[in-house]
Write a protein that binds this ligand. Sequence first.
Ligand code: C2E
Ligand code: CA
Ligand code: CA
Ligand code: CA
Length: 283
Amino acid sequence: AMAAMYQAKRSGGHFLLHEARCEPVDPQMLSLTAELRSAIDRDELMLFLQPIVKCDTRQLVGAECLVRWRHPRRGLLPPGDFVPRAERSGLIVPLSDWVMREALAIAASLQGAGHPLRLSVNVSRRAMVEPGFADAVSRYLAAHSLPVDRLLLEITEETLMLDEPGSRAVMQQLRHAGIGVAIDDFGTGYSQLAYLKSLPVGQIKIDKSFVRDVTTSPTDLAIVRALVELAHALGIQVVAEGVEQEDQAQVLESLGCDLLQGYLIGRPMPFDAFRAWIEKTER
Ligand code: C2E
Ligand code: CA
Ligand code: CA
Ligand code: CA
């Protein structure tokens, strides 16, 4: 078996073998991974934008970039269908590079149209620890003459916890470059809050699992209140994710939450629809 594995590796097939060991062999899924390789070149990926607003005034301040795959036969695929697969296969590195370039092109275009918004980009651990990551991001910003505060990188608590030296060293490089970092899905990870003291975190995003029941569950209310207090004591901005109802927004505002994101404000949408949405809400 070892010999077969080695043979597979030498023939460049180790990646398929790896997939086959991780999950039951599903030829359809294997082909999806193969197709993802060419999806980038074929221009099949696209970024949707979801508005992020100030909690009290509902003024638009930014948007989160969420990747989609316009698959020629399967239609529009959500990231859950291909990002985890890309992470396992290493394709996440070119995919993330495409996302970063596209996000900054969009930021530049919005800036040119008089909308200096801050775009949030999701960054996987594997892409972040790729050598030269922070430099590449700085170069892309400079190429569009964008100020660094037009970008915010979202990483999960898991990324910080699972890979201490790697991702933490990159966090320090990003700090030197002036690039902000948000902790995504806050509260769902290992919750070793000590890292907030030593790492340059500018924003936390309270996970939607806490927001969902904030109006009905005294426990979730207490958790969100404590998270907001902790963040503010450390000078960290707080975003509530997954806000779907007005009464949730009201409670979040009363707790001192800074920013809101969710279907209540706007769904993730393609660039053109996002532009139209801005024009409509500004009127
Ligand atoms: P996330 O970063 O936590 O993104 C928020 C997810 O919540 C998005 O799902 C968004 O559509 C959804 N959402 C927003 N508002 C609401 C709401 O009010 N209610 C509910 N129920 N859901 C809401 P989406 O677009 O399917 O993305 C799923 C995950 O895929 C993201 O979770 C993120 O972890 C990952 N992802 C998306 N784009 C990228 C990317 O470019 N690179 C990487 N590495 N990961 C990405
Ligand atoms: Ca995110
Ligand atoms: Ca999130
Ligand atoms: Ca997530």
